[in-house]
Design a protein around this ligand. Structure first.
Ligand SMILES: [Zn+2]
Length: 106
């Protein structure tokens, strides 16, 4: 099974779904689920139980967290073309990712 074209740290754009057009950095890749977590995209609100901590403050309450996105809903961002399809090219025996439009290594 081929690995995902998207890696941690990549800049990606949403090409489908409610956050379509949003861009962010990949925080985590979940290859088995074929999903990625993108900074600031697909945020969900979680209500956690409020509990006192030792310093006399409170923890919990409302937390905002990014939920995983299917990789088919995101595209790698080329500096020239914006969201793009990814191709592969072999250089010095190693496969590198390139923009399908302009051929720039991504
Ligand atoms: Zn390009």
């Amino acid at each position: 099974m081929p690995g995902l074209a998207i890696r941690k740290g990549d800049r990606v754009a949403m090409i489908a779904g409610k956050d379509r057009g949003a861009e962010g950095r990949v925080l985590a890749v979940l290859p088995k689920k074929r999903k990625v977590i993108v900074e600031g995209v697909n945020r969900v609100t979680r209500h956690e139980k409020v509990r006192p901590n030792r310093r006399g403050g409170q923890e919990g309450g409302i937390q905002h967290k990014e939920a995983a996105i299917d990789v088919s809903n995101v595209a790698l961002v080329c500096p020239t073309d914006g969201p793009t399809r990814v191709g592969h090219r072999v250089e010095d025996g190693a496969s590198v990712r390139v923009c399908r439009k302009c051929g720039t290594e991504l």
